[in-house]
Design a protein around this ligand. Structure first.
Ligand code: HEC
Length: 244
């Protein structure tokens, strides 16, 4: 347990670490964020997000760790766009340590500085705690931008997890459950773009299990249609196909 403060009592069994962060959009300035914590342990984090600004904003947590908060768009989990005064809850399961960028996905917000870094199991990378001015000097256009085409080779991260299901069963679940219609996955020759590119995301199996079981923003929950072993199988398949 990485210093997780578990909610005590309630006669229940605390199964995993649970952390809640209050996120205020539009504070201290319109294109700013105020987070009640800048560092959390690995595990599930519930973000209680409120727009206290004068304009609509959203709160997105990027799926991949990064050393800086220079991106203005990323794949990740996001709240709906919140009108001023409105709130939403976003749950994110962090399965690895690192600094994770968060940003507002409303066009123009992140480039106006509405982004920052959250430390998961580590201190958020230096120079940024939602104060974008500190990194403003380094936000030049990178010489190698990712072209929206399909030529960028993806380097698969090493496989370190033990498979939790049968990937060959998972391959057929991936097709029959309709994952392919929304997600790009080279191994399945699927090119869906409604959801994230799974080759780029290279998710941990636990992230696939949680997402497929409970659904996500704009992704249906499959917990009622697929058995636990089918879900484990599809997680193993996605994991095996995106790691080497
Ligand atoms: C109707 C379209 C749709 C279908 C069908 C669908 N997904 Fe998704 N999926 C999405 C969207 C949209 C997101 C991004 C959600 C977000 O940003 O919160 C997503 C996110 C994910 C993520 C990443 C979750 C995260 O928190 O980063 C994984 C893994 C995933 N899907 C796997 C699957 C698998 C496996 C299936 C098949 C069982 C599937 N999806 C079916 C649309 C879909």
């Amino acid at each position: 347990m990485v210093g997780a403060s578990l909610a005590a009592g309630q006669a229940g069994i605390a199964r995993s670490s649970a952390t809640t962060i209050a996120v205020t959009l539009g504070k201290p300035s319109e294109y700013g964020f105020a987070l009640s914590k800048s560092q959390v342990p690995i595990g599930t984090v519930t973000f209680k997000v409120t727009d206290a600004g004068l304009l609509p904003h959203s709160f997105k947590v990027c799926a991949r760790a990064s050393k800086s908060d220079t991106a203005v768009a990323c794949a990740g989990r996001v709240t709906p766009t919140l009108q001023p005064g409105k709130s939403a809850t976003l749950r994110v399961v962090f399965t690895s340590k690192g600094s994770f960028e968060y940003l507002s996905a409303v066009p123009g917000d992140a480039s106006a500085g509405m982004k920052g870094l959250l430390g998961v199991g580590v201190k958020a990378a230096a120079g940024s705690s939602g104060q974008p001015t500190a990194t403003a000097t380094t936000t030049t256009t990178p010489s190698k931008t990712t072209t929206p085409g399909k030529t960028t080779p993806i380097v698969k991260p090493p496989a370190t997890e033990t498979l939790i299901g049968d990937p060959s069963v998972g391959a057929s679940v991936f097709g029959t459950a309709g994952c392919a219609s929304c997600h790009t996955l080279a191994a399945a020759k699927s090119t869906g773009t409604t959801g994230l590119n799974l080759d780029q995301l290279a998710p941990a199996q636990s992230l696939v299990v949680t997402t497929v079981t409970n659904g996500a923003f704009n992704m249906p929950a499959f917990g009622g249609q697929l058995t636990a072993s089918q879900i484990n199988a599809v997680a193993a398949y996605v994991y095996q196909s995106t790691h080497q």
